[in-house]
Design a protein around this ligand. Sequence first.
Ligand SMILES: Nc1nc2c(c(=O)[nH]1)N[C@H]1C(S)=C(S)[C@@H](COP(=O)(O)O)O[C@H]1N2
Ligand SMILES: [Mo]
Length: 535
Amino acid sequence: MSRNAPRKRFFLWAALAGLIGGGTFLATAELLALIVAREASPILAVGGFVIDIVPQPFKEFAIATFGEYDKIALLAGLGLAVVIASAIAGILQLVKAPLGVIALVIAGALSTAAIVTRAGATPLAFLPPVIATVVGSIILVLLVRRLRAWRDGVVETTRDGIDDGDDVAAGDHRTATPTQLGRRQFFVLAGITAAAAAVVGVASRVVSTTVASVASIRDSLKLPSPKSTVTVPDGAELDIKGLSSLYTPNKDFYRVDTALTVPTIDPATWRLVIDGMVDNRVEMSFQDILDMGLDEYSITLTCVSNEVGGELVGSAKWLGVPLREVLKKAGVKDGADMVLSKSVDGYTASTPLSALTDENLDAILAVGMNGEPLPLEHGFPVRMVVPGLYGYVSATKWLTELKVTTFEKDEAYWTPRGYSAEAPIKFSSRIDTPKLGAAVDAGKVPIAGVAWAQSVGIERVEVSIDDGDWQAATLSAPVNEDTWVQWFVEWDATPGTHYVAVRAVNKNGDLQIEERAPIAPDGSSGWQRSLIRVV
Ligand SMILES: Nc1nc2c(c(=O)[nH]1)N[C@H]1C(S)=C(S)[C@@H](COP(=O)(O)O)O[C@H]1N2
Ligand SMILES: [Mo]
C-alpha cells in the first residue's frame, strides 16, 4: 500500500460527508418551506430561476430533446449538479477547512436569492434556505472533523505499519484508539443524518406535492352561483385612510389554528359524517352540500385570543348552507345540547346545539369566502361559521364530523386547556386610526375604527378624548347584525399627547364591559384607550 493510499480513500469519505451535508441542507429547507413559506423550496426556486434566465433557443433545444420531460430533465440535471457540488464541498472541507462550508454558504446564498426574487415570494421565504444553510454547514463541519480524527490516526499508525482502524469491533469503547473512535463516530453521525435527511426530505416533498395538487384543484373549482347574495347598503364602507375595509381580503384575514401544516383535502373524497345522538347517521359529499343550494352570508369572525384593540377579527362574505338544515337530515335526538365538530387534523370544538338550530341565527357550513372557494388555510373545502360565538367553539376548519352529543359527555380541544366550553363573543370596539403612538399633524384628523356585536348588532359607538365627555361617533350603514360596523369622529387635533378611548353599546342597550379581562378563559374585555401624538 502506498503511503498516499489511505489519504486518497478519505477523499471518498469526504465526498460522502459533502453529500450528506448537501442532503441535510435540502431536507431542512423542504421541511421549513412546508411550514413557513411553501414557495421556498431551493430546488424548485433554482429550477424556476434557470427556466427564466435560459435563452429561448436553449429552451427550444431542451423541449425538442426531452419533449414533455424537459422539466424533469432540468430537475435531474440540477440534482446531478447538487451531488457533484456537494461532493466537492466535502473534499474541500477536508483539504482546507472552512472552504467546504464557504462553498455551501455560497450555494445557500444563491438559492436564497433565487427564492426571494421569485414572483409571489412571501416575507418569510428567506428563512428555510438560510436556516438550512446553517444546519447543513454544522453537519458538514462535524462530519469532516470526525473524518479528520480518523484519518490523522490512520496516517500516523500506517506509517509505523500497525493498524488502520478497519477491523475494530463496533461498540468496543474501552480499547478503542482515537482512530477507531473517530471512524466509528463518523459513521454513526453519517448514517443517522443521511437517514433522517432522506426521510424528512422525501416526506416533505411528497406533502408539498399533495398541497400543490389540492391547491390547483381549489384554483380550478367553480362554486355554483348562490341563491341569494348579501346586500351591502350605500354608506356601509367609509373612505378613511387606515380604517379596516368592510370585508377583510382573504390574504389579510387572520389565521388561528393548531395545524403545523395546513391539511390538504381533495373535495372529491371529502365526507361529512353527522352522527352521535341522531335518528340516522348521515354522510354527505361536497357535491351534496353544493346541491342544497348556496346562500351568501356576511359574518365577522373573532378569536377568543383577540386582545382589546387586537387584530384577530375579520369580516367576510361566506358562501354556505344553514347548519340547521344539515342537522335536520340526521334528526337530532332529545337530550342533546351540544355538537362536537371535528376537523381532519383532530381539532374539535363544542358548539351549543341551540346556536345551530336557532331559526334566527345564521350558523352555516361555509364553502366560499369573499367570492372564492375557502382558502386552504381557512378550512378548504368546508368549515363552520357561527355568528356570535368565538372561533374556537364554533368555526371548525377542514370539517369532517358533526357529533351530536352533550356538554356532559364530550369535551372539545380547548376545554381542558383553560378555556370555557361555551364562549359567546364579548362585543367590542377598536380604534384603527390614528395608530397607537403614531405622530399626526395638527388640524382635522379622523379617528376611526370598527365595532362588532355579532348576532345582536351595534347600536352606538362613543369616543372620549383626553378623558372628556363621551361623544357619539358616526356609524357606517350596517350590513346586518353579524357584521362589524365602521365608525369615525372628526377631531380637531392640537399639538401634544392625547388619549383616545372608545366603547360601544349593542342593540340590547348593553354597554361594552369596561373592566379589563384577559383572553382566558372566555375572551378579553375592556375599553381600548390609545395614545396619539399630534405635532
Ligand atoms: N381545524 C381547526 N379549526 C379551527 C381552529 C383550529 O385550531 N383547528 N381554530 C379555531 C379558532 S381558535 C379560530 S379563532 C378560527 C380562526 O379561523 P381563521 O383562521 O379562518 O381566521 O378557527 C377555528 N377553527
Ligand atoms: Mo380563536
